[in-house]
Design a protein around this ligand. Structure first.
Ligand SMILES: O=C(O)[C@H](O)[C@@H](O)[C@H](O)[C@H](O)COP(=O)(O)O
Length: 239
């Protein structure tokens, strides 16, 4: 049974610093053990702030592979994309050191989000089975408990086989997205959830207690070795 922990921080800056330190420790442990490590990043304010804190971390980035947990299916360079914010705070600084796997973009030749998901799935050819895909998955979370583009009561949260999905009619715009699923997230050695504000308090409580992921997707996000929530006081107020 994986370990579920939470830490409460005085503000977003200290939360991001502490979450980034945890990411750094796990990546460095993995690099020491196997020579490489795999990290999945997330958008949203807390996720981007944590990524920014990683820019000064002592990590051999040449040995790191980076994925994005989800992406909005919009054109390259569209300000709606998650990866643009992450480029700004971290990836442009790291340059070519890490290996980065970006999601497909909407283009004149690529307009079907399901076909884009299939293309990405085939390009990654992730191994079936239980072996870890990610050493660390960092997750932001919405007030209704969505993580990546896995929203309550949608096909993405019901998925039990596929690791990668296209999303249509997403409850939060833009409506078309690409996402790793819960079966993929659960193949992370370590899951780190970052959340602030009292609007997240119920989702945090349901996520930590492990209720039905159909209603609160974050409750299905568990790491193989550990699951850690980094919170501020208001986000921790309903536990
Ligand atoms: O693609 C998206 O719509 C966002 O990336 C979203 O999933 C975000 O990560 C969470 O809503 C948490 O965001 P905040 O930390 O800003 O609340």
């Amino acid at each position: 049974m994986s370990d579920i922990r939470h830490h409460v921080h005085p503000d977003l800056d200290s939360l991001a610093t502490s979450a980034a330190m945890e990411v750094t420790t796990h990546l460095n442990e993995r690099i020491a053990e196997s020579g490489r490590a795999v990290l999945s990043l997330t958008g949203g304010s807390a996720g981007v702030k944590t990524a920014a804190a990683l820019a000064t971390a002592e990590i051999e980035w040449e040995r790191v592979t980076i994925y994005f947990g989800d992406e909005r299916f919009v054109a390259a360079g569209d300000p709606e994309r998650n990866d643009g914010q992450l480029d700004e705070v971290l990836l442009d600084i790291l340059g070519e050191r890490p290996t980065i796997h970006r999601w497909p973009t909407l283009s004149a030749e690529n307009t079907d989000v399901f076909a884009a998901a299939k293309e990405f799935r085939e390009a990654q050819s992730l191994p079936p089975g239980d072996a870890p895909l990610f050493d660390v998955t960092l997750l932001g979370m919405g007030p209704e408990g969505h993580i990546d583009s896995i929203f309550p009561d949608t096909p993405a949260v019901s998925e039990t086989e596929e690791l990668i999905m296209g999303v249509r009619d997403c409850p939060k715009p833009p409506p078309e997205r690409l996402t790793f699923t819960l079966p993929a997230i659960r193949r992370s050695r370590h899951v780190i959830v970052v959340a602030t504000g009292d609007g997240k308090a119920e989702a945090v409580a349901r996520g930590i207690e492990g209720t039905d992921p159909q209603q609160w997707p974050v409750a299905g996000a568990r790491g193989l070795e550990s699951t850690t929530f980094h919170l501020d006081g208001p986000a921790a107020s309903m536990m």
